[in-house]
Design a protein. Structure first.
Length: 428
């Protein structure tokens, strides 16, 4: 018997503006990319997947793969390239793209912040700047009003929103590990940025609801179960528990309760954030198997090592571990929210692991649904190879291979497999 998914299940891929559009010169990452040593092999995002000019060609590929959903983001720096100056042609282009999706029967899920900031925000301190909270709220409200006005057959063009993508993972990469703009700054800066981020999420949540009372607004959380390398070692167990709290739960718990239990026991009250998720987006890639390591204070004393014999994706990116998705979907039931898998994928240029990866992860999704987790959709990361931040073009996540120089796309075998799963709403 094929494993079937619930009726109305959303099948899509996930994307972000900076990684796909190309030419986002008003964003902080554009300047960051120009600094020597920031991006592997000196790569540049350049035209990326050329979506700013030709996204519709990829929307046609989505139709061919029987997709009924797409997760994409809008670039704040494009819409508001200078403080208070709204770029109407940029807004119009986004609305055109969203209409293009609707016309093709593809439901858009729009993320308002996916890692990048306008340069003018970064120059004022980025996530450390108090003003980012009202500024992000104003931006979110304005775009939600625009997308609400541009109705399609009576319904808003978009009423399905994510405020911020992977806030914790992003802030760790930016403010602790220093791999992402604006570079290493330490734990105190990380904690300040974290509080701003929770506040910014809350303000954006309320701003979108003010613009569109019926909207569904959520967060995309990077969830990565942490297990001790040696379950008998109290230090490994301690570091695994602490990492699990920081990476997975502290932010989501703050949105559920209005109380943020930050790293090292620092507590903050954020009452405006309480109850600000209408659904939960789960980005799942892998697990962490961790040991305590005194020599790694800059990495929160964590050494993350897959077990010997683990299957690892290209570039050492991650251990392939589908059971971790089942564990995550069991754990998030505590929030009592509808769940969407808003990202899941792997870098695999030769596509020898991806078909099995897709089927095994979807098997866990189906099992979680059977066990009572209300999963309503799955977005594979990603349709085409795209600019992978500090790893540049070295990691290939696409169902389609992309040559960024020619913009030629070539289907990998997984594309047809994912298309067939989406068409039949079932696993073969
Ligand atoms: O490409 C990224 C995306 O921007 C955020 N989630 C993880 C993906 C793969 O690393």
């Amino acid at each position: 018997m094929p494993t079937r998914f619930p009726d109305g299940f959303l099948w899509g891929t996930a994307a972000s503006a900076y990684q796909f559009e190309g030419g986002n010169t008003s964003s902080d990452w554009w300047a960051w990319e120009q600094q020597p040593g920031r991006i592997l092999n000196g790569d540049r995002s350049g035209l990326a997947c050329d979506w700013w000019r030709h996204a519709e060609a990829d929307f046609d590929l989505m139709v061919a793969l029987h997709q009924n959903a797409l997760r994409l983001s809008v670039e704040w720096g494009r819409l508001e390239p200078e403080e208070g100056r709204w770029d109407r042609p940029a807004e119009e282009r986004y609305l055109e793209m969203l209409r293009g999706l609707r016309d093709r029967g593809i439901e858009p899920l729009v993320t308002l912040n996916h890692f990048t900031l306008p340069r003018w925000v970064a120059e004022r301190g980025g996530w450390l700047w108090d003003g980012i909270v009202p500024a992000f709220g104003a931006f979110a409200g304005r775009f939600a009003r625009a997308a609400g006005r541009a109705a399609s057959g009576g319904a808003p063009l978009v009423d399905f929103w994510i405020t911020i993508n992977e806030p914790v993972g992003h802030l760790i990469s930016a403010y602790i590990l220093g791999r992402f703009a604006p570079g290493r700054a330490g734990l105190a800066a990380f904690t300040r940025a974290l509080v701003r981020s929770v506040q910014a999420h809350a303000v954006a949540y309320h701003a979108v609801h003010e613009a569109q009372p019926a909207a569904r607004v959520g967060l995309a959380a990077y969830l990565r179960p942490a297990v001790p390398a040696n379950p008998r070692s109290p230090l490994d167990r301690w570091v695994a528990r602490r990492l699990d709290h920081i990476v997975n739960w502290m932010y989501l718990d703050a949105l559920a309760t209005g109380r943020l239990a930050g790293p090292f026991g620092v507590r903050f009250r954020v009452p405006q954030a309480s109850g600000t998720m209408d659904f939960l987006g789960v980005n799942y890639y892998t697990r962490s198997r961790v040991a305590f390591d005194l020599r790694r204070p800059g990495h929160l004393f964590v050494r993350d090592e897959p077990p010997s014999g683990a299957v690892i994706s290209d570039g050492g990116y991650s251990e392939i571990y589908p059971d971790g998705l089942l564990a995550v979907l069991g754990a998030v039931r505590r929030y009592g929210l509808p769940v969407y898998i808003t990202e899941n994928g792997l870098p695999d240029a030769d596509d020898d692991l991806r078909p099995g990866f897709i089927v095994e992860h979807l098997r866990r999704v189906a099992q979680a649904v059977d066990e009572g987790c209300p999963v309503r959709g799955y977005y594979h990361w990603s349709l085409v190879d795209n600019f992978e931040w500090a790893d540049g073009w070295s990691l290939r996540f696409g169902l389609y291979a992309l040559d960024p120089a020619t913009q030629v796309r070539t289907a990998r075998p997984s594309a047809a497999l994912y298309g067939e799963i989406s068409r039949s709403n079932a696993l073969p």
